[in-house]
Design a binder for this molecule. Structure first.
Ligand code: SF4
Ligand code: SF4
Length: 234
């Protein structure tokens, strides 16, 4: 989800790489669950998050949507799933009665990062520290790599870039026509291809093939559409 704020407003002004130390370690949260409540639709799942969660729980995405644990929202022109916040506290549906994450091992990347965020530029991204967001007043320094705790971090990094810039392209294509049949069609393919269809064992390879497939369909559709608009048929 894009935020229309400058990095200076929300961060300590620095960008971090894997080997940098950052003041993000909140000591196991110590009974706090502030960032699991009142987050609106901002805890979005990327395709890897959705795969890890559904495999970990042994439950499909459709079922999690039907049970009200996840919801679909339009974010920057794209329909994407996010953790649903419910109840008087507007708490994540996976927050347990003790105020702990009930899916610690399968929680989405956004939750793993917090209070770090990703700052995308020039086809890549780095991390930034969100100031004033975490309730821990005296966070300790931790190496970014340790905090992220991601297997195959290089491949995951490439996947995240690939996904981010693909969504950017979809957003651009549907801008100003979010309610059109074209936008609906593109979004249905996006959801089906990247969220609902089971992935092969090597997620990253399978994901890359799907990006190629999607871009082919997408380019054909956007090309056809431009032609239709030119001929006054749309
Ligand atoms: S998935 Fe876990 S860590 Fe993330 S918002 Fe929900 S309860 Fe909190
Ligand atoms: S606000 Fe900070 S301390 Fe509180 S649950 Fe979130 S990460 Fe942990």
């Amino acid at each position: 989800m894009k935020r229309n704020v400058s990095l200076e407003e929300i961060s300590d002004g620095r960008l971090y790489g894997w080997n940098d130390m950052v003041k993000a370690d909140c000591h196991g949260c110590n009974g706090c669950h502030k960032c699991c409540t009142g987050m609106g639709n901002s805890v979005i799942l990327d395709p890897y998050d959705a795969k890890r969660l559904t495999e970990g729980l042994g439950v499909g995405l459709q079922q999690l949507l039907a049970e009200g644990k996840l919801e679909l929202q339009v974010v920057d022109g794209c329909i994407l799933p996010n953790m649903k916040m419910t109840g008087p506290e507007e708490a994540c549906a996976f927050l347990d009665a003790d105020g702990r994450c009930g899916i610690q091992r399968y929680r989405p990347g956004i939750c793993r990062l917090f209070p770090l965020g990703r700052y995308y530029a020039d086809g890549d991204f780095r991390y930034f520290l969100q100031v004033g967001e975490c309730a821990e007043k005296k966070p300790s320094k931790v190496k970014v790599e340790k905090w992220i705790d991601m297997a195959e971090r290089g491949r995951h990094h490439d996947f995240l870039c690939n996904w981010h810039y693909l969504l950017n392209d979809v957003e651009e294509a549907v801008k100003g026509q979010e309610d059109s049949e074209f936008a609906r069609k593109i979004n249905m393919v996006l959801l089906q291809l990247f969220y609902f269809m089971t992935y092969e064992e090597d997620f990253y390879d399978d994901f890359s093939s799907r990006v190629d497939e999607f871009r082919e369909t997408f380019l054909t559709w956007t090309g056809d559409r431009r032609e239709n608009v030119r001929q006054g048929n749309d």
